[in-house]
Design a binder for this molecule. Structure first.
Ligand code: ARG
Length: 457
């Protein structure tokens, strides 16, 4: 394809280090689509004859059908997907195939193909996140009143509702979807027609190709267009943030499904057994979601490091942009699907959650608040009195609301029997009804509000 000035062909090592076809064959659909848009424009502009343009378009359709049926052949001599398609086109329609590459370069071609691919990945992520958000809303609704311990430092802190806890992830994922949407919007410019680096002297119509490929407009600077990979980095950043959220959720499910917690049983379909310990049900899918986050973050790091020292315009380093992004997208798609299944199917053990909330003096703050509200005790003093009550309960091995009134009054005489109502976990969560708080009513309100906002699927 480029041998004119060379006396010798590339060595075996050169062929191997240069070949991107093993991975960039994933771009075949985008490559053919972009070539069809390009050749239609060349025909319409009279840069190639309408007849040649039609022959090329037909040939490209034939190749698409072949690849769909048989896969893409991997010949290292052809380097990449662009050469692979063109070589096949030449076999099919003869030398007229050589007119396809008029007024373009592999540099604007690969930038266009990759953008199309990343655009689809952004949109897939948004749709998959929507499914997970819906699953979270369903389970949050179901468990709006289910009481569990809320933690800080992984120490029992205050009772919360499971619905509220699940909605925390709903909020994170809503922001993740917005990040993919913003990436999608920024990516919406078409590099095709930037040619190798400087544009072209042929009378091309860049608006036409941009429109045909579904972009809002052509890119505005040819050097930028062929050198820029921040659209892919935007994807990696959004994917990393989303993967971090999924990983934290996975981590919690793993903890909750452990026997000492006993808060949840993960679905059989997303768990595995042990080859030696028959009782085991291992949360492998959740662990892999947590693990994959590392690889997704690594992909973004790899691409940033590849890009950071490159002079304008194209350098072959940039061929290494694709494997990390492809990998990140594959792992994110899998992680979102696995997590959606897990959220939909996990069985939550309400009794165990409630017992844990009751066991950990989670209503100690409620006792302090009661002293402030009902007995006009300054909060710091109330905190101290409550600390003594907790120590007493600890010594007696009972819950706060099981302490005898006279012993509480011995700690502070301002306590009276009305305090017990404030010490139940139900009262505790119901009382936290500030906007965005854990009260069941607030959870139901937020679920309703969020369902309104979710795009109908
Ligand atoms: N396979 C190359 C890539 O993915 C295509 C662009 C090649 N351009 C060039 N001037 N060698 O980056």
């Amino acid at each position: 394809m480029w041998g004119g000035r060379f006396a010798e062909g590339p060595s075996a090592i050169m062929r191997e280090i240069n070949a991107s076809i093993p991975f960039d064959k994933a771009l075949w659909r985008e490559d053919i689509r972009a070539s069809k848009a390009h050749v239609a424009m060349l025909g319409a502009q009279g840069i190639v004859s309408e007849q040649d343009a039609a022959a090329i378009a037909d040939g490209l359709d034939t190749i698409a059908a072949e690849y769909e049926r048989d896969g893409v052949p991997e010949d290292w001599d052809l380097e990449d997907i662009h050469m692979t398609v063109e070589a096949r086109l030449t076999e099919l329609i003869g030398p007229v195939a050589g007119r396809l590459h008029t007024a373009r370069s592999r540099n604007d071609q690969v930038a266009t193909d990759f953008r199309l691919w990343v655009r689809a990945a952004n949109r897939r992520a948004i749709a998959a996140i929507a499914a997970l958000r819906e699953a979270l809303l369903d389970r949050a609704d179901e468990h709006a009143g289910t009481i569990m311990p809320g933690f800080t430092h992984l120490q029992t802190a205050q009772p919360v509702t499971l619905g509220h806890h699940l909605l925390a992830y709903y909020e994170m994922l809503s922001r993740d979807a917005a990040r993919f949407a913003a990436a999608d919007e920024r990516l919406d410019e078409c590099p095709l027609g930037s040619a190798a680096l400087a544009g072209t002297g042929f009378p091309i119509d860049r608006d036409a190709t941009a429109r045909a490929l579904g972009f809002a407009c052509p890119t505005r600077n040819s050097l930028d267009a062929v050198s820029d990979r921040d659209f892919a980095l935007d994807y990696c950043m959004a994917a990393s943030q989303c993967a971090i959220h999924l990983s934290r959720l996975a981590e919690e499910l793993i903890l909750w499904a452990s026997q000492p917690f006993g808060f949840a049983s993960l679905p059989d379909q997303l768990s595995t057994g042990s080859s030696i310990m028959p009782q085991k049900r291992n949360p492998d899918a959740a662990e892999l979601v947590r693990g994959h986050a590392g690889r997704i973050i690594g992909a973004g790091t790899a691409l940033m490091v590849t890009m950071k020292g490159l002079p304008l315009a194209y350098s072959k380093d940039m061929q290494d942009d694709k494997p990390p992004v492809f990998e990140a997208a594959n792992l994110l798609d899998l992680s979102l699907a696995a997590m959606t299944g897990m959220i939909a199917e996990t069985e939550f053990h309400e009794e165990a959650m409630r017992a844990a909330a009751e066991a950990g003096y989670a209503t100690a703050t409620d006792l302090a608040d009661w002293l402030v509200r009902e007995a006009d005790v300054p909060f710091r003093e109330a905190h101290h009195i409550t600390g003594e009550a907790v120590a007493l309960a600890d010594r007696k091995g009972c819950a706060l609301d099981q302490l005898p009134l006279d012993e509480l009054q011995a700690i502070d005489p301002r306590v009276d029997e009305r305090v017990f109502a404030a010490l139940s976990v139900e009262h505790s969560v119901a009382s936290r009804s500030s906007y965005g708080g854990t009260a069941p009513d607030q959870v139901r309100l937020r679920v309703a509000e969020a369902r309104e906002a979710l795009p109908a699927s």
